[in-house]
Write a protein that binds this ligand. Structure first.
Ligand code: THU
Length: 140
């Protein structure tokens, strides 16, 4: 992917970050991604007085992805309030992986990484295949 597209993703992530609702942590996050059909999607974190129910920026991004037609994420950028790359939390890596193109690149603080590199041996729908192969779903 070319530099201009990465820059456009970073700009979109910055715009999303400015929209963040983070009065409790004061840690604003913006995420943006390119979809395999050329669409761009983005999201920001939305906190809550019930701290544990805060929504990460990646959740908003994936919600927009699904709402606007789905598809596979091919490139992903996440920024903090300074505009520096932000590392997606473990839960968000799992959330993103469900919708990731196998070759998706994530702009991590340590550089460009694939989803396999940031979440190796992850749980996927394939791990549940044995259930449909049995009649009851009970342990064989
Ligand atoms: N946060 C995200 O939005 N994405 C991540 O992957 C890491 C953490 C948010 C959640 C919370 O609003 C704030 O950053 C501090 O944890």
């Amino acid at each position: 992917m070319d530099t201009a597209t990465w820059e456009a993703l970073r700009e979109l992530a910055m715009q999303a970050m400015e929209c963040a609702y983070a009065p409790y942590s004061r840690f604003k996050v913006g995420a943006a991604a390119l979809v395999d059909d050329g669409r761009f999607v983005s999201g920001c974190n939305v906190e809550n007085a019930g701290y544990g129910v805060a929504l990460c920026a990646e959740c908003g991004l994936v919600s927009e992805l699904v709402r606007t037609g789905g598809g596979r994420l091919v490139a992903f950028v996440c920024v903090d309030g300074r505009g520096e790359p932000c590392s997606p939390c473990g839960r968000c890596r799992q959330v993103l992986s469900e919708h990731a193109h196998p070759s998706m690149l994530l702009a991590m603080p340590s550089g460009l990484k694939t989803i396999d590199e940031v979440l190796p041996d992850r749980f996927t729908s394939a791990d549940m295949d044995w259930v449909s192969a049995t009649t009851s779903g009970d342990r064989p």
